[in-house]
Design a binder for this molecule. Sequence first.
Ligand code: PLP
Length: 393
Amino acid sequence: MNTIYLDNNATTQVAEDVLEAMLPYFRELYGNPSSMHSFGGQVGQKIRIAREQVAALLGALPEEIIFTSCGTESDNAAIRSALATRPDKKHIITSRVEHPAIHALCAQLATQGYRITELPVDKNGLLDLENLEKNLTPDTAVVSLMWGNNETGVIFPVEKAAQMAHEKGVLFHTDAVQSAGKIPINMKNNVIDMLSISGHKLHAPKGIGILYVRRGTRFSPFLIGGHQEKGRRGGTENTPSIIGLGKACELADKNMQKENTEVKRLRDKLEKELLKRIPQSRVNGDTVNRLPNTTNISFEYVEGEAILLLMNELGICASSGSACTSGSLQPSHVLRAMGVPFTMAHGSIRFSLSIYNTEKEIDFVIDKMPAIIERLRGMSPYWNTAQSSCASK
Ligand code: PLP
């Protein structure tokens, strides 16, 4: 059975060219880039090139790139640095739909005396920037808003939000883990101070990320140790993964157009056909301000987990919008924040595509999904009750 992988917001396959670029750094080029000898020094030279490749994808300067171990570390490092460099300020603004890398960190900071404002979103997952303006105070240290949402793909106007934060002298961080490589990012055109990226979302390996820190922004390291990354992140460099991420960023730049034409076309086709063929289904999230590869669709009166199991039997991989918490299925905090009705939120599936998906795969999914939903609805007491009450009206 072939695997049809439509879960690229969870992780992506490592590009062949990325793997090829990495292999020598496991085998013959294993030196420590900090060593005095040229055996290690030559690796340091390759890291410089990788830093330039990452910077090029972001329109940044190479010295603004700090290699980290993942998106989560980058997010944590950004917030903690903002608080450490502004110790008199105790307020953080974020949103209700952030990834746990920000959400859970803020929850912990709340227990340590910080005041957290989580901005609400509307039913389409969009932010009201006036609300941001109202909540900025002289005590605000940092605003952290994600660029693209991992569950719905909804894009926040982070460049405008950064401008507003700056006007009040507040630092701005964005979690760009899902948007890097999918939509153009040019740090020359905005005032965002810090930005996080994760390698495994753009065809580099897991366990590598970057934190962009704008030149001139004060930074307090999260990991204290050696002098690596100019003292901004201690720890011997993950050389193969850094080289891989550099290559992945170069490829992402080249594939950006394909992402926004071909991938988007396949996503739109999948979405349109599923909505057409499956009654009582709907898209969660704004369909205009959205990443080109993501669609989050609710199928009313069925459980997302059950849908995933039947999809899995056919080799189709996706994610659901609910998570098992203490034995019961809870809709995700993102769908709850958007006020998605209970019967819809439970049956939500996130399909996230990549440049490796084909038309044939999408056609297969379009062909198979209606029967899956029909079969589950046939077993759903909620669906049967809803149908009989409709018929009696
Ligand atoms: N931020 C967002 C929006 C994500 O989607 C993810 C991963 O799913 C992360 C942060 C965390 O990245 P990592 O898995 O590299 O820690």
